[in-house]
Structures are given as structure tokens and as C-alpha cells.
Design a protein. Structure first.
Length: 52
């Protein structure tokens, strides 16, 4: 009985770790995308001010 509970806890911890890693990766990807878009718009703004 106790062995099955230990296995269940172990599997749940692995699933929780995988879920956390996936969530963290998605969060990082969205952060990087926002950062690159921000840099792109800053660059466009500087080019635009130089043209005018």
C-alpha cells in the first residue's frame, strides 16, 4: 500500500516538473518576443527621427 503511494507521488512530481518547465519555457519565449519587438520599434523610431 505504501509503495503504490510513493510511486504515485513520484509520478506526480515528475509531471509537475515537466509542466513547470513547459510553462517556464513559454514564459521565456513570450518575454524574448516582447523584448525583440520593443527593440525593433525603438530602432524604427530612431530611423524615422533621422529621416525627419
Amino acid at each position: 500500500m505504501k509503495k503504490k503511494l510513493w510511486i504515485k507521488k513520484f509520478v506526480l512530481n515528475i509531471l509537475l516538473g515537466i509542466g513547470g518547465a513547459v510553462f517556464g519555457a513559454l514564459f521565456m519565449i513570450t518575454g524574448i518576443l516582447i523584448f525583440t519587438v520593443e527593440i525593433l520599434f525603438q530602432g524604427l523610431e530612431k530611423i524615422y527621427t533621422y529621416l525627419i
